[in-house]
Design a protein. Sequence first.
Length: 248
Amino acid sequence: MSLIINASNLGIKFKTGKSGYKKFSRTLKDVIAQGNTVRSTQDSGDFWALRNISFTVNKGDILGVVGSNGSGKSTLLRTIAGVYSLDEGKLDVYGSISPLLSLGTGFKKNLSGYDNIFLNGVIMGFSKKEIEQHVNEIISFSELGKFIFEPVKNYSSGMRARLGFSIAVFLKRDIMLIDEVLGVGDRKFREKSQEKMLEIMNSGQTIIIVSHDLESVKKFANKCIWINKGQLMYEGNTEEVIQKYINS
Ligand SMILES: Nc1ncnc2c1ncn2[C@@H]1O[C@H](COP(=O)(O)OP(=O)(O)OP(=O)(O)O)[C@@H](O)[C@H]1O
């Protein structure tokens, strides 16, 4: 098993103030343009959303991340995706990462679903030809039919999520990041997406899943971390970690 992610005492702090939260965050384009080098410098009103977080992920692992609301799970995923720069510690990632497309957050609302497939694909580093090879599968899996040519701003949140999920599962990178995607869409789509996830997981894809659906985490993840108030409570075997979380 080769190491693909090594987080060592990782820390992320947000700034609080009269005008609310001010953590510097970057778009995916900024990350690509600048690399992961920008650091925040101010220290007043800091709030550590994550601190002293250490864990490893090997190639082919499916890591579940569990914890109560506001514990720092999404912040961790965004940090791995390169959206936030570290304030402390070290994060080594030995592979390419799918951006967090799952909930359709990376879409340009005035563009059609079709154009967004290409836009997101290019941002993820795929060539036009590679995207063309998958575009029909993506459209068909999303079940958007003729809506694929409508601007994304006219989509319901479920439609956006379905398109995001379909892009993420057909345009795969070395590491897939999934935030609550297992509950996407209606019952039929959920079943279909779970089946697709199983297929991907069995193919040896490295995945990090953040979810409140502990049954799904148990079903999919071979290892797990539990985060509480920004601190790592436990890392280990999924059943064991979830049991500790439930008993807490
Ligand atoms: N951009 C931000 N700026 C400032 N604070 C933030 C930012 N994003 C998250 N936080 C704060 O950091 C903490 C962790 O948030 P995060 O979204 O990572 O939690 P979570 O575990 O994913 O929660 P949930 O289960 O509710 O989705 C929360 O207190 C949240 O208010």
